[in-house]
Design a binder for this molecule. Structure first.
Ligand SMILES: NC(=O)c1ccc[n+]([C@@H]2O[C@H](COP(=O)([O-])OP(=O)(O)OC[C@H]3O[C@@H](n4cnc5c(N)ncnc54)[C@H](OP(=O)(O)O)[C@@H]3O)[C@@H](O)[C@H]2O)c1
Length: 248
């Protein structure tokens, strides 16, 4: 799958899954905007890795839970590359705790970072994509949005919301040749999943038919496929990349 001549934004690309997505899109020829919120040095390291491999990338800071920052991010990509073909809504966070002890702030930060950000960036991107008569929006959900998870009511609600948003927007913009899909990863070791105990990790592996965790690159390959011309007839799907953990 080649993405030569395409321009792409990956939100939350300073580390983890977003980093792998940005590197894979760039390796396939896309010019990439690496978005981050607070980790400027890590974002620069991603830019360095992409440019060292002969790819094209710039870093743009922005808190995608804020509409103004999301709009500025989309504008920065169009200013840099003249258009926006691919938007990957990847930025996310967790504040895990049982509902009994969940503070309103734990709810709000997860809904704003994991769900409102998808609204913010997609809303800012949709007009330019309609004008261009095409585009790809790929939203990173989670198997937790499909199956639920004790201690993650806020995160599961946000990730399930991303799926409903994806299907609705796919119906709205299909006639404009814009596809909107979700990728739902299973357990991928990153900073986000460091908080889990060894017992929780072992239990997840036991429930996974492929008997292992996934790699950030394995999520990235699914994203690159959905971003490609080859995936032009696929919209409104939720592609699980989870070793068979949750079979829909
Ligand atoms: N890891 C897994 O097992 C797993 C499973 C299913 C789904 N996911 C989803 O995959 C996505 C990436 O997760 P990850 O595991 O790679 O997490 P991670 O390693 O914690 O990385 C999160 C990224 O999001 C960025 N970010 C956080 N808040 C942001 C904001 N308000 N604005 C812009 N960027 C922001 C961070 O950048 P800064 O540090 O600069 O803030 C960082 O680059 C998330 O949506 C997550 O829910 C992960």
């Amino acid at each position: 799958m080649q993405l030569t001549g395409k321009s792409a934004i990956v939100t939350g690309a300073s580390r983890g899954i977003g980093r792998a997505i940005a590197i894979d899109l760039a390796a396939r020829g896309a010019s990439v905007v690496v978005n981050y919120n607070s980790s400027a040095a890590s974002a620069q390291e991603v830019i360095d890795a992409i440019t060292a491999a002969g790819g094209k990338a710039i870093a743009v800071r922005g808190d995608v839970s804020k509409m103004e920052d999301a709009a500025a991010l989309i504008k920065a990509a169009i200013d840099a590359y003249g258009k926006l073909d691919i938007l990957v809504n990847n930025a996310g966070t967790t504040r895990d705790t049982l509902l009994m002890t969940m503070k309103e702030e734990d709810w709000n930060i997860v809904i704003d970072t994991d769900l409102k950000s998808v609204f913010n960036c997609s809303k800012a991107a949709i007009r330019p994509m309609i004008r261009q008569r095409g585009g790809r929006i790929i939203n990173i959900s989670s198997v937790v949005g499909l199956a639920g998870q004790g201690g993650q009511a806020n995160y599961a609600a946000a990730k399930a919301g991303v799926i409903g948003f994806t299907k609705s927007l796919a119906r709205e913009v299909g006639s404009r040749s814009i596809t909107v899909n979700a990728v739902a990863p299973g357990f991928i070791p990153t900073a986000l999943t460091n908080v889990l105990t060894d017992e929780q990790k072992e239990a997840t592996i036991k429930m996974t038919p492929l008997g292992r965790f996934g790699k950030p690159e394995e999520v990235a390959y699914a994203v690159s496929f959905l971003a490609s011309d080859e995936a032009a007839f696929i919209t409104g799907v939720v592609l699980t990349v989870d070793g068979g953990l949750v079979m829909q």
